[in-house]
Design a protein around this ligand. Structure first.
Ligand SMILES: [Fe+2]
Length: 187
């Protein structure tokens, strides 16, 4: 057996992944509908439309394969809610996922039906997202929150369910920390 080329390198201090094949950038203007304070979001969009998060991925979409990607979630708030990812269920609901914290600090919020749970994440944290649980990450710190995610290649992403219903809880800035409260817009 020789060298296959089936390898990448991640800088474990910065989270920068070489030879990624897919890059997704979500700016404030891509997050319409996800924050309670729509006015605050529009103000942010007008003031330069900053990047909320970036994903660098190596997709392997076949059944039985694994995909992986690094997410860089920048720090900030919109009307008191922290910068966060859109969040998704897997299209194939029974597909699980592993998250590994690289730098910064945040939360991984998970939801299955109306049931919600969360884990705090920082460098070295490993969180298991079981089958059937939607997941969203939230930057509760004041620097980038960076993590690696590994998931079944055929999982697929269903963003629509969360876009429509939201999560049952939202995460807001409170003093130097955070509070997890009921989402008044949850349907
Ligand atoms: Fe996922």
């Amino acid at each position: 057996m020789g060298i296959t080329g089936d390898m990448n390198e991640i800088d474990l201090d910065t989270g920068i992944l070489d030879k990624y094949e897919d890059k997704v950038v979500r700016k404030a203007s891509n997050m319409r509908g996800f924050y309670g304070d729509e006015e605050a979001l529009e103000k942010l969009i007008k003031s330069g439309d900053p990047i909320i998060y970036e994903v660098y991925a190596v997709p392997r979409e076949g059944e039985g394969e694994l995909s992986y990607g690094v997410t860089i979630l920048h720090p900030g708030t919109v009307g008191g809610e922290f910068y966060m990812t859109k969040g998704h269920y897997h299209e194939k609901r029974d597909r699980a996922e592993i998250y590994i914290g690289i730098r910064g600090e945040g939360l991984l919020l998970m939801q299955n039906g109306d049931e919600v749970k969360w884990e705090e994440m920082k460098r070295g944290t490993i969180v298991y997202v079981p089958p059937f649980w939607a997941h969203r990450s939230i930057n509760t710190g004041d620097e980038d929150f960076v993590f690696l995610a590994i998931y079944p290649g055929d999982a697929g992403h269903d963003y629509g369910t969360i876009a429509e219903k939201g999560f049952a809880k939202i995460v807001i800035k409170e003093g130097n920390g955070y509070a997890i409260i009921d989402n008044p817009r949850y349907r």
